[in-house]
Design a protein around this ligand. Structure first.
Ligand code: ZN
Length: 455
């Protein structure tokens, strides 16, 4: 009897230990999507791999090198906040929402622009592969109807808790709380905006549910998805970057990297380990991410591994690139994309790619004329406005670029900012004909656009 009790106690402690060591944060929901589209087309992954290989080859042949150093595209982003009032209150209400949006925009622009300060932690063996995607993001300041928006489209749900929804039989119903709003996702024109739905996708605790899930732009043409489903679902507790105050975040997910990862899926990247349940070359079912310069990797990483971490002997001695945004490591350890990944993403935003149209609609990021000049994260002052032969622009932070655009969004002229004053600059507007223009002032982490009128 005593022996049996001991065995049971041992078993229970083993079980408890196993559960503890296996406790993980919720994962990206890509596996849910994969399970569905595998049924539609079992060869889709190899087809996508071929597409990625072609993109990398084209990129090499066209440029003679991987990196694109000149072109940069900007993509408008809108956040649909689909939460109940209790959840909105928990993250600090409207102010908390804006704080998350502002910090999230900075994170993705730094990560995609190779400007993240924590890149210093990239091991020297991988440093040469730290790449700039050439993709930047601006926050929508015009709704589809032309009226102003802070970039936050808030859809308040009833406080009655909604359960995360299982996929339905048709396999296309992967939207969670978002779909409860009168049956609509409230998608803004997906050819103009990159839609992000911020939802409660935690399933009530931190070990179930998802951090994010992305329906990439190629899904409508390839798998018959409704274009209104294209975009990113983001767990509201893995959104933005932690700052001061009471801000509930899922452990390890408080630096805004969930969106950096999901946007990788949006631009046609898959997980760095190939989603093959830990297989290495020679193992049954082994697949790769289709990227030539990411190391062969067994399974996903959690937490923050120590370099070198070798999961497949094929990638010894440097091992896994666990600091790649397309792994599952904690936010604090994710720091880089590779040139191969950039080639795939660049192919997606190039004129033949499915998300090209997003790069052609930056005017939705301009504040409408009705909005006061001081609105925005980096205040500027424009005097006088309306103007005749000159305008003064006053600013606290040194602009990187100042442009005058016409009402179609075309650049009329650009100021050389290398020689402008530290707090003010005077622009000669004599060459402009009378009419309406937009003054665009680009800062390191923000862009302001304001309507100006030449009398
Ligand atoms: Zn993922």
């Amino acid at each position: 009897m005593q022996a049996t009790t001991k065995v049971i106690a041992l078993f229970l402690s083993f079980l408890f230990f196993s559960i503890n060591t296996r406790a993980k944060k919720p994962s990206c929901g890509a596996h849910l999507l994969h399970a569905i589209i595998n049924k539609k087309d079992p060869s889709w992954f190899s087809k996508q791999t071929a597409k990625r290989q072609a993109a990398q080859l084209n990129y090499q042949n066209k440029q003679g090198a991987f990196m694109k150093t000149t072109a940069q595209v900007t993509i408008p982003v809108v956040y649909h906040i689909v939460l109940n009032q209790n959840q909105i209150n928990a993250i600090g209400g409207i102010a908390g929402i804006q704080k998350r949006i502002d910090s999230q925009m900075i994170v993705i622009n730094r990560d995609y622009g190779r400007r993240n300060a924590d890149s210093t932690t990239i091991p020297s063996a991988f440093k040469a592969r730290y790449a700039n995607t050439g993709i930047q993001f601006c926050l929508a300041h015009r709704k589809p109807d032309g009226t102003s928006t802070s970039g936050a489209d808030i859809i308040t749900l009833p406080n009655t808790t909604k359960k995360i929804e299982e996929t339905n039989t048709s396999g296309q119903d992967l939207f969670y709380d978002a779909k409860f709003t009168n049956g609509a996702f409230n998608t803004w024109d997906p050819s103009q905006y990159l839609n992000i739905w911020v939802c409660n996708a935690s399933l009530g605790n931190d070990t179930n549910g998802i951090l994010g899930l992305t329906v990439p732009p190629y899904f409508p043409n390839t798998f018959g998805y409704n274009p209104n489903e294209v975009g990113v679902i983001l767990n509201y507790r893995a959104w933005g970057k932690r700052s001061t105050g009471f801000e509930p975040y899922i452990s390890g997910c408080d630096k805004g990297r969930t969106l950096s990862h999901e946007l990788g899926h949006y631009f046609n990247l898959e997980h760095i380990w190939g989603d093959d349940n830990g297989a290495c070359p020679g193992d049954a079912g082994y697949t790769d991410d289709g990227i030539n310069d990411t190391p062969i990797q067994g399974a996903e990483n959690y937490g923050c591994p120590t370099f070198p971490s070798v999961s497949c002997t094929a990638s010894a001695p440097n091992g896994d690139m666990f600091m790649n945004y397309m792994d599952y490591s904690d936010d604090i350890c994710l720091t880089m994309f590779t040139p191969g990944q950039v080639a795939v993403m660049q192919a997606e935003v190039a004129s033949t790619g499915e998300s090209y149209s997003l790069t052609q609609n930056n005017n939705v990021c301009y504040w409408p004329a009705s909005v006061a000049n001081t609105q925005g994260t980096t205040a500027i002052e424009i005097v006088p406005n309306p103007f005749s032969h000159q305008i003064n622009i006053n600013y606290a932070e040194q602009p990187l670029a100042i442009r005058v655009l016409n009402t179609l969004g075309a650049i009329v002229f650009e100021i050389n900012t290398t020689s402008i004053g530290t707090n003010t600059t005077l622009i000669n507007t004599t060459p402009l004909t009378s009419g309406i223009y937009y003054l665009q002032v680009q800062f390191k982490e923000a862009m302001q656009t304001h309507k100006i009128i030449k009398e």
